[in-house]
Design a protein around this ligand. Structure first.
Ligand code: B3K
Ligand code: ZN
Length: 861
């Protein structure tokens, strides 16, 4: 490293030097020499005779101030300084860029022949010189001029003009009447198939909906279109929010760093988050597509109409919009399954981030590369913080807060505090202490002890909160702790305490507080932190019989699942710690597992969740030094035992239940449970061969993949053949092959690492495509702990080798996949040394990107 990149601080925020009301852009598209002409008027906010604009990798062609060529400027590393300018002036600046050479997939680039843009967070500066910051809001008029080989020339807003230029060129002009920051700008040019439909808003406005996909993919577009219509309807019904433009476009592209992007009126999507039919997409894919389409649509109000003052406030739009997409999925589908999903994401990824070197508050205070902060903390923990406000204020109070937020801030760029203030003011609630959630990081612990006093018939719950060791905040947090008390028959006891919020929530505001319940006849069984009412680690000394009671009787499916998770975790812990050669499952766990099958919940997908052993990442959070081998062995042993214990039930369900192949939630649930059965049965004496063959030849992707996953996990002799057949059948469809790459990469066999390396030369693999990299190498590092953490260090080396290449090609993608290497301090000395060696090797790269520098530096120092 020559010079250490400098971090920007939230505390240093300064308002912009100038205002820009309107921006006029003209693009002359060409792969190597795209000309961009930007015209805008600047108005200084204070006395200032110069202006500094952001710009990176731009070739300056000409610069005019008030129509006259202007020579008083200096090119900077990341921008331009223009001197000797009046307080208000018109600027015209022409630059040249080379989309074809842009492999970072940020700014304007070519994705498989189509031009597209990605500007969030700071990609607009790779397009032209401007104030590339979210608090400069302007209306845009954009003219795109390109070859007729690109029939669609798209940008934000409404089309206002179009025409031909000579024989082979044409142009389209777009106007976006809503003021927006530069990160919401978008341009797309290409040849696509188009699916068109409409939506009539509740006030009767007809909105044209257009979905652009690669030629030949039209049959995979309807699900995304339906998802969009459902999102529009839901946002009207639940949040009273209507769409504002006359047109809403979604374009699916193959080369994209993230899932999707909410550009005003013109969303750009990773094709993996749009395309689906039953032969190519799993039930999970269907669900994810619906939720991402919803997420981007919901940004139109939470993100676009009201945006962030600065990037430290990212959770203002992301936490809130994730909360909204979670509610959308829950209202349309199963609330319990969605909650399980969200909590799993928190425990699997966010708790780990919070315990590692990249830990940060949901409103970070120090950033080198903003792209590094599109994290599970900002998104998912951010959503949990919004959810806590919802829990404290109730749906009605929360909606009053939302209304006030829009009333006050529509058209503005604001802060997280502005949001919380609107919630507080609308409901007359003091949320000052609550705001600490925006500053703290590390996972807080909630210690609970309980006492039943038969003489006074009282039940005491004592709550103690402690901050994580790395947390800079030491004052107590405002924590909503939802509870349920069950009696010995499994009935919920009516809670009559007056100070319970929303009927079931204890408000913990001090370091330690005791809550006393009266008129309790017999010692109840407490369900604590119900529905994961706060993003905390719960410490309570549950007995096994209490847990099995909760698993059988708690009112919510979520609480039952949670009790199962704790039972499984106890079991795993005892296996990891035990020195006994033969170990068996506790009576309590065994009997509750059987009873779940004997009294199946109405929703069979929930049953599949109940009987799932927690994953490695979730479990590893419970150890200071992660016992990699012992943990992998314990998980395998427990799965084996669950399979044997339930064999008769699994066979009965598997062989007697027919999957009609439909898409209803019932069909989806049947497939989920059948797949779970097959997964377990493959580990028992039961002969699954014919079932594997039958499922693998299914035309339903969920069913088919279920067979492959089960075969691979059990190292079944059929697995190689099934994998080869899949490859032969699907090598024409790269999105489907991503599933195959991921299966190869998560195979626990010792050969896995060589297989992954050999797949770099598979005809479908391409290091410049983020989806391929994530499927193969991302899955290996993230979801194959046994092979990634090989004691010989080859797993670490494989990841580092690829990162060296990606550092130049696509720094954002490199920085995303390095995550599993960062938390080296959590492993034994041998592994620590080997991981550290790779990090040091990466740190020594001469042109290390800021993205990687920030993470490696934090990990090593
Ligand atoms: N806002 C975008 C993410 C942009 C990522 C920049 N590296 C997608 C979303 O959260 O909706
Ligand atoms: Zn978002």
């Amino acid at each position: 490293m020559t010079q250490k990149p400098q971090a920007k601080l939230l505390a240093d925020y300064q308002p912009p030097s100038h205002q820009v009301e309107h921006l006029d852009l003209t693009f002359h598209l060409s792969p190597k020499q795209t000309r961009v002409i930007a015209k805008y008027s600047l108005c200084a906010n204070s006395e200032q005779s110069y202006v500094e604009l952001d710009g990176i990798d731009l070739k300056l062609i000409s610069l005019k101030v008030n129509g006259q060529p202007h020579a008083q400027y200096t090119l900077l590393v990341d921008g331009i300084r223009i001197d000797s300018v009046p307080a208000s002036f018109d600027l015209e600046i022409e630059t040249e860029i080379a989309p074809e050479l842009n492999t970072s997939l940020e700014g304007l680039y070519l994705s498989d022949g189509a031009y597209c843009t990605q500007c969030e967070a700071e990609g607009f500066r790779k397009i032209t010189y401007f104030f590339d910051r979210p608090d400069v809001l302007a209306t845009y008029r954009v003219t795109v001029i390109g070859s007729k080989d690109f029939p669609f020339l798209l940008s934000n807003g409404n089309q206002v003009d179009s025409g031909t230029i000579g024989d082979d060129k044409h142009f389209v002009t777009w106007e976006d009447p809503f003021k927006k920051p530069s990160y919401l700008f978008a341009l797309v040019a290409g040849d696509f198939d188009k699916l068109e439909d409409k939506f009539v808003t509740k006030s009767g406005k007809e909105v044209k909906l257009q979905l652009f996909v690669d030629k030949g993919n039209l049959s995979k577009a309807p699900h995304a279109m339906t998802s969009l219509q459902k999102s529009m309807k839901w946002d009207e019904e639940r949040f009273n929010l209507e769409y504002d433009l006359d047109i809403y476009m979604i374009v699916a592209v193959d080369f994209f760093n993230m899932g999707a992007m909410e550009n005003k009126g013109l969303n750009v999507f990773n094709s993996a988050c749009v395309l689906a039919n039953q032969e190519t997409a799993t039930d999970r894919d269907y669900h994810v597509i619906e939720s991402i389409v919803g997420h981007e649509y919901f940004h139109n109000w939470t993100g676009n109409r009201v945006t962030c003052r600065d990037w430290f406030q990212l959770s203002l739009k992301e936490g809130l919009t994730v909360f909204r997409d979670q509610e959308f999925s829950s209202d349309l589908g199963s609330r319990a399954l969605n909650r399980i999903d969200a909590v799993n994401a928190m425990r699997t990824h966010q708790f780990a981030e919070d315990a590692g070197p990249m830990a940060h508050p949901i409103r970070p205070e120090k950033v080198i590369e903003m792209n590094n902060f599109y994290t599970v903390t900002v998104y998912n923990k951010g959503a949990e913080v919004i959810r806590m406000m919802h829990t404290l204020l109730g749906e009605q109070g929360f909606q009053q807060g939302m209304s006030l937020y829009f009333e006050r801030h529509d058209g503005q760029a604001v802060t997280c505090d502005d949001f919380v203030n609107a919630m507080a003011d609308a409901t007359n609630t003091n949320l000052n202490q609550f705001k600490l959630w925006y500053q703290q990081f590390g996972t807080p612990t909630l210690n609970v002890s309980t006492k039943f006093q038969p003489e006074s018939k009282t039940y005491e719950i004592e709550l103690t909160q402690t901050h994580a060791k790395n947390d800079p905040v030491t004052a107590p947090l405002h924590i909503p702790v939802a509870i349920e008390l069950l009696d010995g028959q499994g009935q919920a006891i009516e809670l009559s305490k007056a100070d319970l919020k929303q009927g079931r929530v204890l408000e913990l505001t001090q370091a330690n507080q005791t809550f006393i319940f009266e008129n309790i006849e017999a010692e109840p069984i407490p369900v604590l932190l119900e529905d994961f009412s706060a993003p905390c680690l719960l410490k309570y000394d549950y007995s096994l019989s209490q847990l099995s009671h909760i698993a059988k009787y708690a009112s919510s499916y979520y609480a039952r699942w949670e009790a199962m998770q704790i039972l499984f975790t106890h079991q795993i812990r005892s296996y990891v710690e035990s020195t006994e050669p033969t170990q068996s499952m506790t009576e309590e766990l065994a009997s509750v597992l059987v009873s779940m099958f004997e009294n199946k919940p109405a929703d069979l997908a929930i049953l599949a969740e109940y009987i799932s052993v927690p994953n490695f990442d979730t479990l590893s959070g419970g150890y200071d030094v992660v016992p990699v081998d012992a943990l992998c062995n314990a998980i395998a042993l427990l799965e084996q035992q669950v399979a044997q214990l339930l064999e008769k039930h699994l066979v009965a369900f598997y062989t007697s239940t027919h999957d009609s192949g439909g898409l209803s939630s019932k069909d989806v649930a049947i497939r989920a449970l059948k797949n779970k059965c097959l997964y377990y049965l493959a580990l028992t004496q039961f002969d699954v061969t014919s079932h594997l063959i039958e499922q693998a030849s299914s035309t339903n992707m969920t069913t088919k993949l279920g067979a492959l996953k089960s075969a691979l996990n059990a190292q079944h002799t059929l697995s190689t053949k099934l994998m080869e057949e899949f490859d032969a059948q699907w090598s024409h469809d790269l999105l489907v092959m991503d599933k195959w790459f991921a299966l190869q990469a998560t195979n626990q066999s010792d050969k896995c690492i060589d297989v992954v390396l050999s797949l770099y030369s598979h005809p479908c693999f391409d290091k410049s495509n983020p989806n391929r990299v994530r499927s193969l190498v991302g899955s290996f590092a993230r979801s194959n702990p046994k092979q990634f953490h090989r004691a010989d260090g080859r797993g670490y080396e494989l990841l580092a080798d690829l990162i060296v290449e990606l550092n130049e090609l696509n720094p954002q993608n490199a920085s995303r996949i390095i995550t599993p290497l960062l938390s080296y301090k959590r492993f034994d000395q041998n592994r620590q040394d080997k991981m550290r060696t790779q990090l040091e090797r990466l740190a020594a790269i001469s042109d290390l990107s800021d993205d990687l520098f920030e993470k490696i530096d934090r990990a090593l120092n």
